[in-house]
Design a protein around this ligand. Structure first.
Ligand code: PMP
Length: 382
């Protein structure tokens, strides 16, 4: 018999192809880029000259890589500066920067729970939260989406350490979590509240201070926030915000902090540059939300189905998975990049296009986006 330990991947690839679920990489080519309503660059900062200059300056000063894990050689004065400024901006006592938002979620969920603990997790939470729950060895109760009373029931059934975890803004549908209700439930039951504000930072709250600031929950004693630096801040990396004693605990126990190389200086510099720019130009956050509202208004007025956006994500229903794929491809052929979600990323029957509003979209770009989505829409829509 020939040596072929990966032959089974061909069988799986065939099954995916038969189901129309093949995923392929499409590297962007410089100079031929589409109008972007598919990325998470909500404030258009990833290419802002001030942000890229801050990244370049960080490379010149600190080098291309962090050189080691944060507890060995990978912590620079720039990391500390970013941690101080992020915590202050969002209204928390302390912050800790990670190499990604994914690693930040794994850190919090594994370090704050363990065997015998309970995690109550919203059914719509991001994959990194799902993986954090699995890795934690805690019992996990997945509760119906955006349902604080379901979270209350699950928490009341448990004796001992517990936390509830939710995305602040759900990445596919763009709807916001009921944070005040969840905070009440956590206070009543003694549980911690962990909120992944990946899609709220830079968009929600005064000047983009995030979903917790918007809900009046920033800096709350029982609240821990995870962030990514890769969306509205246009950089790369993640962070955890919370009480100083929680951050101290993560530094000492979180495996994705301790055993991971520190975030690269360029990413730290870019995030810091973006944060400072946002502090100086707070109107960018509201602009992203306003562009999302306009996209939603124009598309639904023309007959498409989409829930009103709570942040910068507009999620438009497609009649079927196949039509969603075709719709996104037709947009792409017409020069517009949009996200396309279909099974297995979302449940059957609710395939959709995901449009992300950007604060820096011009009037003519908004017109082109609306015209293209409408001109390529499958019939019947809804
Ligand atoms: N949480 C949510 C809600 C996200 O959308 C993402 C990014 N897709 C992450 C966490 C992971 O962040 P990162 O890309 O920085 O690892």
């Amino acid at each position: 018999m020939s040596y072929d330990p990966f032959d089974w991947t061909d069988d799986e690839a065939r099954r995916r192809a038969d189901a129309g679920l093949v995923r392929t990489l499409r590297p962007r080519a410089a100079g031929t880029e589409l109008l972007d309503l598919a990325s998470n660059d909500y404030l258009g900062l990833s290419r802002d000259p001030e942000v890229t200059a801050a990244a370049a300056e960080a490379v010149r000063t600190w080098g291309a890589g962090a050189t080691g894990s944060r507890l060995v050689t990978g912590s620079t004065a720039l990391h500390a500066e970013l941690e101080r400024e992020l915590a202050a901006f969002c209204g928390f006592e302390a912050a800790l920067v990670f190499s990604s938002g994914y690693a930040a979620n794994l850190a919090v969920l594994t370090a704050l729970t363990g065997a015998g603990s309970l995690i109550v997790s919203d059914a719509g939470n991001h994959a990194s939260i799902v993986d954090g729950c699995r890795l934690s060895r805690a019992d996990t109760a997945v509760v119906p989406h955006a349902d604080p009373e379901a979270a209350r029931k699950a928490l009341q059934s448990h004796d001992g350490r517990a936390l509830a975890v939710t995305d602040s803004v759900f990445s596919v549908d763009g709807d916001a979590a009921p944070l005040p209700g969840l905070a009440d439930v956590c206070r009543d039951t003694g549980a911690a509240l962990v909120v992944d504000d990946a899609h709220g930072l830079g968009v929600l709250g005064e000047g983009g201070r995030g979903a917790l600031a918007a809900a009046g929950l920033a800096g709350g004693e029982g609240v821990v926030v995870t962030l990514t630096l890769s969306k509205s801040l246009g950089s790369q990396g993640g962070a955890v915000l919370g009480p100083a004693r929680v951050i101290r605990h993560l530094v000492n126990t979180a495996r994705t902090f301790i055993f991971d190389t520190g975030l690269a200086p360029a990413a730290v510099g870019a995030a810091l540059g973006a944060l400072r720019l946002l502090r100086r130009e707070p109107g960018r956050a509201a602009r992203a939300v306003a562009v999302a509202a306009e996209l939603h208004g124009r598309l639904t007025a023309a007959g498409l189905t989409a829930a009103p956006p709570d942040a910068a994500v507009v999620s438009v229903r497609a009649p079927s998975a196949e039509s969603a794929v075709r719709w996104a491809a037709d947009c792409r052929a017409a020069g517009l990049a949009v996200g396309c979600f279909r099974p297995p990323s979302v449940p059957d029957g609710i395939s959709r296009l995901r449009l992300t509003a950007r604060a820096d979209l011009t009037r003519s770009q908004i017109e082109k986006a609306v015209d293209t989505v409408l001109a390529t829409a499958p019939r019947p829509v809804g």
